[in-house]
Structures are given as C-alpha cells and as structure tokens.
Design a binder for this molecule. Structure first.
Ligand code: V4E
Length: 226
C-alpha cells in the first residue's frame, strides 16, 4: 500500500561510564530532547498480549507490531544469530488510518468493539472509547541521541522519569530491507562501544510494567511477549 512502513532493528544496552566516554569520543551528539509517551490498550490487554504497542508521542501515533520471525533472518551465521538474539525487530506504523485498521482487525475478535461510524467528527477520543482503549502507561523520557560515521546507526541514551536508564543502538530499514546488514551494523557498533553481555537488556516498558502493573507484566512474560 501507499503508507510508509519501516522496521526498527534495535539492541538495548546498559550504558556504563566507559561506554559514555567512548560514545562522546567517537560520536556526534545530535542533541537532547524530552518526550511524553502514552501507551494504550484494552482493559484486557488484547494488543500487548499480541506484542502490539500503540503509542502517542508528541501528538503522533505509532503502532509497533512484530515482524514475521524468520523475515530476513534465514541462513544466519553463528555470529549473526547471536547478534539477532540480542536485538528486537518491530514494524513501525505511523499512518493513522492504517493504525485504525490494524487495531480494529485485532479487536474485532474480542467482541467488545462498539459499532462505530469511523467518519464521525468526534475525533480521536471517540475512536479510543469505541475501541475500548485506555491509557495503561505514561512516562516522560529525556533522550540524548548520537550519530556515528557508521551508516544509518543511531544511538539513544534514555532516562525515564521513573528512574530507569537504558541505551539503544538502532537501525531503521524499509520493510523487506536488509536485516542482516542492520544486525551487522549494530554488532559492529556495540563492539566499538565496548558493550558486553549476552542477554537482552530490559526496555523502559518492562521496568514500568513490573512496577506499575505487575499482573499484566506476569501475563506478558507467560505469553513470551517480554
Ligand atoms: C516494542 C515494545 C514496546 C514499545 C516501546 O518500544 P521501545 O523501542 O522499547 O521504546 P522506545 O521509547 O525506545 O521507542 P522508540 O523511540 O525507539 O520508537 S514496549 C515492549 N516492547 C517489546 C520489547 C521487548 N519484548 N524486548 C525489548 C528488549 N524491548 C522491547
């Protein structure tokens, strides 16, 4: 279709003082910004239990959806599989009409969606209530971004207002784009920054849910979403 869709390949890391020093030496700080995120789901968590994350940030909507597990990652070498295991890959949908379609498609099975006139002029608030969507998480992040000479690699250092710090190395590719080379860039960058560890690092949402919605968090763990 005509809407833009990209895939975000991302590795989270815990940023030590050494990593920060290396980053400041080799990267260009592209500035610092602050944003407030609000995440939405049904009271039964129909979206997040399917690993779908509906968010409003700075007035813009975004839906992150899983990519097919094998997309672009068949026939990986040993090293590449190890790199892939440390990364997440999500489709990012920013077109609001497409977001509405995807959400409706998922929620129609839960029988709770009210019959709606989507062309109603009541706007976004009515869409949310028709879809039975409520805000389950909101927090503010201060983000420092760095760009490296490595093509298309961005590094973000996030500080969430509930007291969690996390770094992210990310590469955006078009849907169906070269996942292997994205993983390779992330691996090279991690190596240059001296990032070690062979486990996935928790994101902001993990920590937020653990603290604020422990039962939901437990459900997502058993559904292997987190
Ligand atoms: C995909 C996802 C969530 C939505 C938030 O995504 P994330 O990239 O972690 O947040 P953020 O603020 O960095 O967004 P950006 O600015 O890059 O668009 S919340 C949980 N998940 C799933 C998930 C997972 N299963 N494992 C890890 C390590 N991260 C996220």
């Amino acid at each position: 279709s005509l809407f833009q869709m990209s895939v975000e390949v991302e590795r989270k890391f815990l940023c030590s003082a050494d990593t920060l020093k290396t980053l400041e030496e080799m990267g260009v700080c592209a500035g610092q910004r602050q944003f407030h995120d609000q995440y939405f789901d049904t009271p039964k968590f129909d979206l997040t239990l399917r690993d779908m994350w509906l968010r409003k940030r700075k007035g813009c909507w975004e839906l992150k959806c899983p990519t097919a597990a094998s997309n672009g990652t068949t026939e990986l070498s040993g090293e590449q599989s190890e790199a892939a295991a440390l990364c997440t890959r999500y489709k990012e949908i920013t077109d609001l009409a497409e977001i509405h379609l995807r959400v409706k498609e998922v929620l129609k099975d839960s029988c709770e969606v009210r019959e709606t006139e989507t062309s109603s002029s009541e706007g976004e608030e009515s869409w949310l209530s028709n879809m039975n969507l409520v805000c389950f998480a909101d927090f503010t992040t201060v983000r420092r971004s760095f760009t490296l000479e490595e093509d298309g690699v961005q590094i973000d250092l996030d500080q969430a207002d509930f007291g969690y710090h996390v770094g992210e190395i990310e590469v955006l590719i078009p849907e169906g784009g070269d996942v292997k080379s994205a993983l390779e860039k992330i691996r090279n960058t991690a190596q240059k920054l001296g990032i070690t560890g062979d486990h996935k690092v928790e994101g902001k949402m993990n920590v937020y849910l653990k603290r604020n919605h422990p039962q939901h968090y437990a459900k997502l763990l058993s559904a292997h979403v987190l």
